[in-house]
Ligand binder design. Structure first.
Ligand SMILES: [Zn+2]
Length: 434
């Protein structure tokens, strides 16, 4: 089997790894490079289609040996964004879960002039092996900051490869990580592992984050604003839990509620129990009428869910009357409606719960300045979405791979230091044979 890392070898983002067995080829992820920060404006600039498109035979044009599939591990743009740069050949099936397809389609339609996903989609399910060309793939649910994230055991040629996708062990799906560690995968020839946080041995977990945020609001009055990603379901769930315990309410826009509701409906569970995430029916949930709420209300595809949201809708008046009990996840763009509608900031607090590197961007700096000017104390409380090095070490110790290929990392040297000459470090475009 031949493995080629087209992108994401010595960098974070833009993952695309090709596996070839005989004439059969598949791609693991087709991500867009992460946005860059323009040094003059400090604005975040998305990768252009030209920077995103990879020249891989069969991806866009017919090739003598067809491409047998693209396997998408999760719904972060640096793992699927390549699907939107240019229409890929309909002859190439793209594998993802049903929930991932729905979320990717929704996210793509939200910006002005949004697009739809134009590709041949096939669904895989947790724990159910499927074939793509000569490759047999078994998806394992992973713990990650994306709503649903998968690693894979990939078998062909009598060889076994494990691809972690993005993962961690310290989130709310810790049990998924433990199941991944204890699963019997046989003798593994190659482990392809992410290493975004390979320079950090250990750090806070999602339960730590929940405890720290709860300690800020317990016994106090005053709104809590939390800057976080709208798709960080673990954190949103923690905030919902805090709202429930502390007699507060969680204030979300319709877009975030829609994401949560789609997950609740589409993520299959053997137990039959609902996912422990905020959503329609929770007493503490309040939905505000932002432009995002208006936008999804106008999308016929989500009419039924938007109807079900109605009992949770609150007016700005009602929110202002109870602002001291509110927990409000925010994005940089939220300062517009906060400035326009919220009157009272007394006793309020601000928590920054994202990667610290974003803070240098103009939009973040502006938003942070906004909350500071309102007199809010700022607390940094964050658990990384990615594995600390201690978790990567656990994967290597459990799988005992013959070889290790780090990807999605700026610290490949840490792998060679820890795991010796089993480790192969590639540059983009580089290959190895197993
Ligand atoms: Zn990710």
């Amino acid at each position: 089997m031949k493995i080629t890392v087209h992108r994401g070898a010595g960098e974070i983002g833009g993952n695309c790894i090709e596996l070839q067995s005989g004439e059969s080829r598949i791609l693991l992820d087709y991500g867009a490079p992460l946005p860059k920060i323009d040094s003059a404006t400090r604005k975040s600039v998305q990768a252009t289609p030209e920077e995103t498109i990879l020249d891989i035979p069969g991806l866009y044009e017919p090739a003598p040996a067809p491409l047998d599939g693209i396997i998408i591990s999760h719904t972060h743009q640096d793992h699927y964004g390549g699907l939107f740069a240019k229409k890929i050949s309909p002859a190439v099936p793209v594998y993802m879960t049903a929930a991932m397809e729905e979320l990717i389609r929704l996210t793509a339609q939200i910006p002005r002039g949004g697009k739809d996903l134009d590709a041949t989609i096939r669904h895989y399910r947790k724990g159910e092996p499927f074939m793509a060309g000569a490759f047999k793939l078994t998806p394992y649910l992973m713990d990650h900051s994306a709503s649903e994230s998968f690693g894979f055991l990939i078998e062909a040629d009598g060889r076994r490869v494990v691809y972690t996708g993005d993962f961690r062990e310290h989130g709310n799906k810790k049990r998924a990580f433990e199941e991944f560690l204890s699963a019997d995968m046989g003798k593994v020839d190659l482990l392809i592992t992410e290493g975004t946080q390979a320079a950090i041995p250990s750090g806070p977990s999602e339960p730590d984050v929940m405890r720290d945020i709860e300690s800020l609001v317990a016994g106090r009055d005053g709104a809590l604003y939390v800057m976080c990603s709208g798709q960080n379901v673990d954190l949103l769930s923690s905030l919902g839990g805090i709202a429930e315990k502390q007699g507060r309410f969680l204030v979300l826009d319709g877009y975030i509620v829609l994401v949560l509701e789609l997950l609740q409906r589409l993520v299959p569970r053997k137990s039959g129990r609902p996912l422990q995430i905020p959503g329609i029916g929770k007493k503490y949930l309040k939905i505000i009428n932002t432009s995002a709420t208006g936008k999804i209300a106008g999308m016929p595809r989500y009419r039924e869910i938007c109807e079900a949201m109605k009992p949770h809708l609150v007016s700005w008046e009602a929110l202002n009357a109870n602002i001291g009990r509110a927990i409000i996840p925010v994005r940089t763009s939220s300062t517009g409606w906060i400035n326009k509608h919220i009157r009272d900031f007394s006793g309020a607090m601000f928590v920054y719960s994202m990667w610290n590197g974003y803070r240098v961007e103009a939009a973040f700096e502006e938003a942070l300045r906004f909350f500071k000017a309102k007199g809010l104390p700022e607390f940094l409380i964050h658990a990384s979405g990615h594995a600390y090095f201690s978790a990567i070490r656990k994967v290597v110790e459990a799988r005992k791979p013959r070889r290790v290929l780090p990807v999605h990392t700026e610290h490949p040297g840490n792998f060679a230091w820890a795991f010796g000459d089993r480790v192969t470090v590639l540059k983009n475009g580089g290959s190895l044979e197993i």
